[in-house]
Design a protein around this ligand. Structure first.
Ligand SMILES: NC(=O)c1ccc[n+]([C@@H]2O[C@H](COP(=O)([O-])OP(=O)(O)OC[C@H]3O[C@@H](n4cnc5c(N)ncnc54)[C@H](OP(=O)(O)O)[C@@H]3O)[C@@H](O)[C@H]2O)c1
Length: 238
């Protein structure tokens, strides 16, 4: 079982890599830098790899997928996790920031899925995209990020419809605020904690492990009847 994780070198992605390794998979972590996974690569030289990848560049994704298939023989799981945010009120948001978010979050997921498709078709594999609670909630300053995540959810459903005949399931993991990556930055800001924490039924940020557990389920045979679904892991952010 081989999993490719874009943005698999930091935050949620590096935790997904650890979780998939623990579940017995071979893992390829794709990003521009290895960041938090140098120990993981050293500990699992046979089963874990880093591939320099820029999800904004379709050629980079094709090299990632063909290289992975050559090295590990197959691709079973693709997690389109790489994502960024640029905050700013609509009136003042720089167009370059808007384009950067769309280019990475939306175009990047499209390029990832398109490059993975022939390989997943062979293996009957599965795709997991990564959205956010922000896809369906409104906060001042988050328009680019929220719009990009809503696009990912719509794209996920269309992919599930198009790929069903090829035996490829496509689902979306939608985390709320986690204790890693972008969520860790939110949690470190007392003003934002006071704003968000009372709105979550769990009254706290989610752990990375709680999101990883959901991801491991969604890509596993246990979720064989789950398809085209947006799976929220947000502690009840109602
Ligand atoms: N953490 C949370 O609380 C939370 C909540 C909801 C949703 N999410 C979603 O979860 C995903 C991961 O977020 P995170 O918090 O873990 O972020 P993070 O800690 O900032 O990590 C982002 C990862 O994406 C990679 N990346 C960024 N731009 C890339 C590019 N152009 N090409 C390839 N890789 C790229 C980064 O590596 P390089 O910069 O070196 O390329 C890094 O590995 C995102 O889609 C985010 O929207 C996170």
């Amino acid at each position: 079982m081989t999993a490719v994780i874009t943005g698999g070198t930091a935050g949620l992605g590096s935790q997904l890599a650890k979780g998939f390794l623990s579940a017995g998979a071979q893992v390829v972590c794709a990003a521009r830098g290895p960041h938090e996974i140098t120990d993981l690569l050293a500990d699992h030289p046979e089963r874990a790899a880093f591939v320099h990848t820029d999800v904004r560049d379709p050629d980079s994704l094709h090299l990632l997928m063909t290289g992975t298939a050559e090295r590990f023989g197959r691709i079973d799981i693709v997690v389109a996790n790489a994502g960024i945010t640029r905050n700013g009120l609509v009136a003042r948001l720089a167009p370059s920031d808007w384009r950067e978010v769309m280019n990475t979050n939306v175009d990047g997921v499209f390029h990832t899925v398109q490059a993975a498709l022939p390989h997943l078709e062979q293996s009957g594999g599965t795709i997991l995209t990564v959205s956010s609670a922000m896809a369906s909630r409104a906060v001042p300053g988050a328009s680019a990020y929220a719009a990009s995540k809503a696009a990912i959810e719509a794209f996920t459903r269309c992919c599930a419809v198009e790929f069903a005949a090829r035996r490829i399931r496509v689902n979306c993991l939608s985390p709320g605020i986690l204790d890693v990556g972008m969520g860790e930055i939110v949690g470190a800001d007392e003003r934002l904690r006071q704003l968000y924490w009372p709105r979550m039924l769990s009254g706290r940020a989610g752990t990375a492990q709680e999101a990883v557990d959901a991801a491991v389920f969604l890509v596993s045979p246990s979720a064989s009847y789950v398809n085209g679904h947006v799976f929220e892991v947000n502690g009840g952010l109602l």
